[in-house]
Structures are given as C-alpha cells and as structure tokens.
Design a protein around this ligand. Structure first.
Ligand code: HMG
Ligand code: MG
Length: 298
C-alpha cells in the first residue's frame, strides 16, 4: 500500500529561481516563501550560500533569510557547497543545510568545480560542524538517473556515492533527476540503491520534469514507500549547469495527485496555486504546471 502521508519540500525559492536570468527582487522571494508557508508548506529551500559569481540570483541569501517571518513549524533549508558557505549560513540559523554532489563526475566538475571524491572530502567537516550545532544535513545527489555530459547513469554510481555520503554523517539523501530523464522502473532502481544506505524516512525524490516523467516517478517512488519529495511551486526551476533542463515537478501537480490518492500533505492547493500565480506574475510568464493552468482558468 502507498504511504498515507507525504512530506513535500518546496524548492521553488531556490531551485525555482536560481536559473532565472532576470534578477528577482528580494522582497518577491520573501513574499513567495510567505505564501508557501501560508499554503501549508512545512519544509522549503529558501536560498543558497553558493558563490554569487557562479549563481548571481542567490546573491541576496542573507537578505532573504533575514526577510522571512519564520514559523517554528516550518523547516528552512539552505544549500551549502563548502565551509565558506556554511560559515556564511550559520548566523542565519537554517534548520537544515543541503550539501550537493552528483553521481556523475563531469556534472560535479561543472557544478561545483571539483571531483566527486573532492566534494566528499570538502563536505566531511561541513557536515560535522552543522551536526554539532544541531542542524540537519541533507545531501542532494544530482544526475542519479542521467547526466547532461555522460548520458545514462548506472544505479551502481548512486550506490557508491550514497555510501560515501552516509559515511561522512549525512542524515538524508535526495535522489535527484537533474535533467528529468528517469522513468519509473529506473527511478525505483536508483531509490533501492539509496535505501541500502539510508532509512525510508530519509530518502526523498527530487525530480525535474524535462521529459514529462516526474509525476509518474513520484508515483513509482510511493510504491517503494518513499514519502518525501522536493517539488517546486509553479513548476519553476532548472540548474544553470544542466542546459535545457526544465523545472522540478510542480508542487500543485503533486498535491493534486496525492489528494486524489487520499494521501495527506497538509497543503491547501488553492493557496498554493495563488502562490504560483504570484511568482508567475513577477516573472512575467504563465505557470507551466497543468494544475495551476487548469485552476487559474476557472
Ligand atoms: P570555486 O571557484 O572552485 O571556489 O567554486 P574557490 O573555493 O576556488 O573560491 C573562488 C571564489 O569564490 C573566492 O572568492 C571565494 O571566496 C568564493 P574570490 O577570492 O575570488 O573573491 N567562494 C564563495 N563565495 C560565497 N559563498 C561560497 C563560496 N565559496 C567560494 N560558498 C563553488 C566552487 C562550489 C563555490 C562554486 O562552484 C559554486 O558556488 N557552485 C554552486 C553551483 C550551484 O549553485 N549550482 C546549483 C545548485 S545545485 C542544483 O541545482 C541541483 C539540485 O537541485 C539537485 C538536482 O536537481 O540535481 C540540488
Ligand atoms: Mg534541482
């Protein structure tokens, strides 16, 4: 049977906006986060503490974190690529940090300018320091299904890097289909490898929807009992180092499916679609998600 409850992490403010060419005003980012938490989102990625030379859109990370009216029942996560990022993030008191590497050597090099082995070495003290301060550490494992530079990725690669992340003390693994090429059975194979190293409650799916497979992949994950997913309001997103990759699965599309399955999320779909409409207006284009388009046309 499928899980009765699912936890969604909205990555729209981070994954969703990092790829936007136009500068999005800090106040709009803060309002998006405000609207997400009002819609019942209880975990979200607020921003990244990466190099502003690499990802200028996240350059207002401190201001975003300071601008949020934080709720005690919401977990605020930030991306951290190295010790410098952690040092910058700590004064802002994130509830979680997300370190990120990949199952592909070439992508790791393009995205964080080091090898997979170097990334693990770099993360080890970051993970230790965060955990010593009571901050939960998630890892995103990019290109778990396919890589824009290396093509199809074998589940053995997921197995290998997941083991290394576990060994340095990471709490949670996000199996990430960066370019959206995964299909249900392959996604299950990747998740099964992750589940060798992390408990069911600490494995999540992060599926980009480039090839329209993301919702099917969420369902395939539910079949394995995986009950935690990243999703992005309005289907926003992409990665500057994965050309052509589109947004994450839209949070409202996932909520619509889960509502239909009788699976609880605690999210109010109408309020979520309003948040999608808000950020779409800021960006000057309609939301890509089917559910937002359908509900907004009513
Ligand atoms: P580097 O150039 O190798 O870093 O970049 P470095 O250590 O040699 O430092 C170079 C300069 O950057 C120095 O400044 C550092 O101080 C500065 P300078 O002396 O030249 O003035 N610097 C920093 N500044 C601010 N914050 C920091 C930081 N670190 C160094 N944390 C680095 C290496 C990792 C920093 C760089 O490659 C980077 O920032 N990469 C991030 C790329 C990124 O954000 N990608 C998108 C997020 S991942 C994603 O979207 C995938 C995910 O959604 C899952 C999926 O879908 O697959 C999570
Ligand atoms: Mg992503």
């Amino acid at each position: 049977s499928l899980p009765s409850q699912v936890t969604l992490c909205d990555v729209g403010p981070r994954d969703g906006l990092q790829n936007e060419k136009q500068t999005v005003a800090t106040e709009h980012k803060v309002e998006l986060i405000q609207r997400l938490q009002e819609a019942g989102i209880r975990r979200l990625e607020a921003t990244s503490f990466v190099s502003p030379k690499w990802v200028p859109q996240m350059g207002d990370n401190v201001e975003v974190m300071r601008g949020i009216a934080r709720r005690p029942d919401v977990a605020y996560a930030v991306l951290v690529p190295n010790a410098k990022g952690l040092e910058a993030a700590l004064p802002l008191k994130p509830d979680e940090i997300v370190v990120f590497t990949a199952a592909s050597e070439a992508f790791t090099q393009k995205n964080i300018n080091c090898s997979i082995a170097e990334s693990i070495e770099r993360f080890a003290p970051v993970v230790a320091e965060a955990k010593a301060r009571g901050i939960k550490v998630r890892a995103a494992l990019s290109c778990a299904l396919g890589c824009p530079y290396e093509g199809e990725i074998h589940p053995d690669q997921v197995d290998r890097v997941a083991a290394q992340l576990k060994a340095i003390g990471v709490d949670h693994l996000g199996v990430s289909d960066t370019i959206g090429v995964g299909t249900p059975r392959r996604v299950q194979a990747a998740l099964e490898r992750a589940l060798k190293h992390f408990p069911l409650a600490e494995v999540s799916g992060h599926y980009h929807d480039t090839y329209g497979q993301a919702l099917a992949n969420v369902y395939a994950s539910l079949e394995l009992g995986v009950a935690t997913f990243d999703a992005s309001v309005g289907g926003l997103g992409g990665c500057p180092y994965a050309k052509g990759a589109t947004g994450n699965v839209a949070t409202e599309d996932v909520v619509f499916m889960l509502n239909g399955l009788g699976i609880e999320t605690g999210v109010d779909i109408e309020a979520l679609v309003d948040a999608a409409a808000f950020i779409s207006k800021v960006l000057g284009r309609p939301p890509v998600s089917r559910v937002a388009r359908a509900l907004l046309a009513k």
